[in-house]
Write a protein that binds this ligand. Structure first.
Ligand SMILES: Cc1cc2nc3c(=O)[nH]c(=O)nc-3n(C[C@H](O)[C@H](O)[C@H](O)COP(=O)(O)O)c2cc1C
Length: 404
């Protein structure tokens, strides 16, 4: 729902700046309150008055407006916004945002805001394909910004290729989708696990694995953004904990299992993105094991957390990080563990798996269906998983899940 929302519309110096006026008009018609922020270059293409006439609100063009009664307009706008949309976004603006530059009113507004950011680029095909732009877009997407794909066709300059500003209607649809998505987990409790576990060998050593926790943290972050109450049960992480989630730090697989059993009592869904160790030493040495010619570790299996939750009625999502026979292994897991979805990925593939910011995953369902996704940021994968959970919850109508 766009009605009643506060939207900041950033306009930068592209030949397509005039389309920003059509976008502002459609947003106002849909019931949003629209504040326009223009870069100095944008003013060379279109007068602020055009936006003022449509939105009925002042247009922020200067960081340095000594006449203004509101000396911190850029901070106030960014903080009050429900969403910031930048249309058109030039290559220069995208570069400044990727690097956190706050040297104009638009950059400062974005930096001061924690609202979702939607970017609609417009530029020459060569600028869009340039390595610098590709990297800047990747940085912004990794941070959670939605960067729309520009359209393909004849540009204002006469060039043909990818770089056209998406049509105002498409941008309005993307904004509406973002608002819809925003709260679709409201009232739900989602438990997410992240990171590897550590199994002690002696007081100073442990067996661990390469899981960075990025995938689970991305799921927790997106679930919270979509309105869920989130419990994040995690081993050691290589990324910062997301804000606004209830974090439970654990070390071993057995500790993780215990924490999950107590958290899922009130939960509607469990996403097991952690990599709990499958084995642990059969005994933990009480003293540090001294250097010697050889040491033999006797390993015993850890509990299979998901399999032991077979009777829990919430939505269960497991991950299968494999290095071979990815789909067969995932199919075996989906039945053995009685889960609703297995997210399979080949961790030996470049750009996928441990420590990366991206993942190429395949969804494997209990009915045998398999859906492959392209290489995406872990945030985008997280949103895809949550979309499926929302659908499954609606289907199962898990209102009051049973305890374990
Ligand atoms: C006629 C004209 C059209 C332009 N159109 C675009 C454009 O569509 N996309 C783009 O990235 N830059 C375009 N530029 C270049 C930008 O205006 C320039 O990089 C400027 O510094 C962008 O500043 P801003 O991002 O702060 O608005 C254009 C320049 C001119 C002179």
């Amino acid at each position: 729902m766009i009605a009643g929302r506060r939207i900041v519309l950033g306009v930068s110096g592209s030949i397509a700046a005039f389309k920003g006026v059509a976008l502002a008009s459609q947003l106002v018609k849909a019931g949003a309150s629209v504040d326009v922020v223009m870069t100095p270059s944008a003013r060379r293409f279109i007068a602020p008055l055009s936006f003022r006439a449509i939105t009925g609100r002042p247009v922020l063009t200067e960081l340095w407006d000594e006449e203004s009664s509101d000396a911190i307009g850029h901070v106030a706008l960014g903080r009050a916004a429900d969403l910031i949309v930048i249309a058109p976004a030039t290559a220069a603006t995208i570069a400044r945002l990727a690097h956190g530059m706050a040297d104009d009113a638009l950059g400062a507004t974005v930096l001061a805001s924690s609202a979702p950011l939607l970017i609609a680029p417009a530029m020459e095909p060569h600028m869009w394909a340039a390595a610098a732009t590709v990297e800047n877009v990747t940085i912004l997407r990794r941070r959670g910004a939605i960067v729309m794909e520009p359209g393909e066709g004849r540009l204002a300059s006469g060039q043909i290729g990818r770089g056209r500003l998406p049509e105002p209607e498409e941008i309005v649809d993307a904004i509406a989708r973002e608002f819809e998505r925003e709260q679709d987990l409201m009232g739900r409790h989602v438990v997410v696990t992240a990171g590897g576990t550590r199994e002690a060998i002696d007081p100073v050593r442990f067996i661990g694995n390469r899981s960075s926790g990025k995938m689970g943290v991305a799921v927790a972050e997106q679930a919270r953004r979509r309105g869920a109450r989130v419990t994040l049960i995690h081993g050691p992480l290589q990324v910062a904990l997301p804000a606004g989630v209830e974090a439970v730090a654990v070390e071993s697989t057995r500790e993780m299992e215990e924490a999950i059993h107590s958290a899922v009592r009130t939960a509607s869904a469990l996403v097991m993105a952690a990599a709990p160790a499958d084995f642990r030493p059969s005994a933990i040495a009480g003293q540090k094991i001294k250097r010697r010619a050889s040491v033999t570790l006797d390993l015993v299996p850890n509990p299979d957390i998901l399999a032991r939750l077979a009777d829990w009625r919430g939505i269960k999502v497991g991950f299968a990080a494999e290095t071979d026979d990815v789909i067969e292994n995932a199919r075996a897991k989906v039945t053995a563990k009685r889960v609703d979805l297995i997210v399979a990925n080949d961790v030996s593939e470049e750009g996928s798996g441990f420590g990366t910011d991206t993942n190429r995953v395949t969804f494997v369902f209990p009915d045998g269906r398999v859906e492959s996704r392209p290489l995406q940021t872990k945030s985008a994968v997280a949103d895809d998983i949550l979309d499926l959970i929302v659908g499954l919850l609606a289907l199962k109508e898990v209102v009051q899940p049973s305890s374990t």
